[in-house]
Design a protein around this ligand. Structure first.
Ligand code: ADP
Ligand code: ASP
Ligand code: MG
Length: 422
């Protein structure tokens, strides 16, 4: 007997027929003798719909009330899945985020899980009941509803797996694994049998939304065994432990499996960033701190930052990116700090995309960035900003060129599947 957490994403939960299919996949795991907890997302499109209502109410909405609204999507699907399981004869019940509870900090709209009370959950599972848990939801110490950031159900699943000491956390989604890039953009993307936590963490953090970044760091920290696989499988498909999805493994495990490491693991694109430029800032100590201090205090994550060297008059321009969802809040904040920062103009651009090349092999190979810049230049794609880490190079480009850039880079690093394999 194993204890398993199964997570189903939005596309897998979109409508009666799909939830019915999920119920059958879950019941089969239980019938195989396992204790099962299921974590579910809202139906696909539902969270976007709820977010839009908040924006319509007030572009600078109160994040605490935003959480009350957007957490609702998962309440619906968890209740429905419990019903579908009961309808096919399984014992099941839902456990909402506040009921467990899933304790989080109070960073609304991007809360971090601090702990999950698992006693009642484990007792119910031991009694043969399938636990259905809405992903994405949490509760602050003073009993306010929180959500874990977009894509947060992955993190809920890994956190539940860690809390109940699960043997496996299976992430069922609408693709059958992690690919060298989004298979919806590049048809020749190749499925990776294994990917290390470190590579997956980097891929996720630069926009491969197949797993939320925090779910990967949590899995790495808590040593949760995570597998990504498709929920669109036939009723007579093999059991999940034999389905070829993608397994997230440690560096040491991969060494044992795969001696021929690829230089580049994958390419990711992220259109959810916005670029802001503040012009003619005084070139003096403390000027940059004056900009980013208030943003940090408001919980706004800044990603890429460029400061030009002052040409003359002791003034300089500063360009940086923030999550698109935080653009309105960032603009309002910087507007209110205009005097204190002392900039001349604020220029914003929401039509940008960050394209990143990720690979552990970069640590020991030169020339990865040069290949990237050359390949993009050959296609006339202009680079607006660059950032690098030990295993990643990212560039900011015009959002309209996203698909082209990803395809060009996928070929440039020879990641395309051969025709027979594709
Ligand atoms: P879910 O609703 O199941 O959480 P998501 O939409 O959040 O699903 O994530 C799955 C999607 O991630 C896929 O449909 C695919 O378009 C996208 N994706 C982006 N990068 C990759 C990648 N490298 N490998 C697989 N899928 C990717
Ligand atoms: N429903 C939430 C979202 O769309 C959480 C998730 O699906 O992971 O972001
Ligand atoms: Mg997701």
């Amino acid at each position: 007997m194993a204890r398993i957490v199964m997570k189903f994403g939005g596309t897998s939960m979109a409508g009666t027929e799909r939830i019915r299919r999920v119920a059958r996949i879950v019941q089969r795991q239980q019938a195989a003798g396992h204790e099962v907890a299921v974590v579910v997302s809202a139906m696909s499109g539902e969270t976007d719909r709820l977010v839009n209502f908040c924006r319509e109410a007030d572009p600078l909405y109160d994040p605490a009330e935003y959480d009350v609204v957007v957490a609702a999507g998962e309440q619906v699907t968890s209740g429905l899945l419990a019903m579908h399981l009961q309808a096919i004869g399984a014992k099941a019940r839902s456990w909402l985020g506040w009921q467990l509870p899933v304790q989080t900090d109070d960073a609304h709209a991007k809360a971090r899980i601090e702990g999950i009370d698992s006693d009642a959950l484990l007792a119910s599972m031991a009694a043969g009941e399938i636990a259905v848990i809405p992903g994405f939801q949490g509760l602050t110490a003073d009993n306010r509803i929180t959500t874990l950031g977009r894509g947060g159900s992955d993190t809920s699943a890994v956190a539940v797996a860690a809390a109940i000491g699960a043997d496996r956390c299976d992430i069922y989604t609408d693709v059958d694994g992690v690919y060298t890039t989004d298979p919806r953009i590049v048809a020749k993307a190749r499925k990776l049998k294994y990917v290390t936590y470190e590579e997956m963490l980097e891929l996720a953090s630069v926009g491969s939304k197949v797993l939320q970044t925090r779910s990967v760091s949590l899995a790495m920290k808590e040593k949760v065994r995570v597998q990504v696989l498709s929920s669109f499988i036939d009723d007579d498909a093999p059991a999940a432990d034999t389905i070829p999805g993608t397994m997230i493994v440690s560096d040491e495990e991969l060494e044992g499996i795969d001696m021929e490491r690829q230089l580049i693991t994958g390419i990711a694109a992220d259109k959810n960033e916005a670029k802001i430029t503040l012009t003619r800032i005084a070139d003096r100590p403390g000027a940059v701190a004056q900009i980013f201090g208030p943003l940090a205090a408001a919980n706004i994550n800044v990603d890429m930052i460029i400061q030009n060297i002052a040409k003359d008059k002791g003034e300089t321009d500063v360009t940086f990116t923030v999550p698109g969802a935080d653009l309105a809040r960032t603009q309002a904040l910087l507007e209110s700090q205009k005097e204190a920062i002392g900039y001349y103009r604020m220029i914003s651009d929401g039509k940008v995309a960050k394209i990143s090349v990720v690979g552990v092999g970069m640590k020991s190979h030169a020339g990865v960035a040069a290949t990237m810049f050359r390949s993009l230049a050959d296609r006339g794609i202009n680079i607006q900003a660059i950032s690098t880490s030990e295993i990643k190079v990212s560039v900011l480009i015009d959002a309209d060129e996203t698909e082209l850039a990803v395809r060009v880079l996928h070929s440039a690093y020879e990641l395309d599947a051969s025709d027979e394999a594709a």
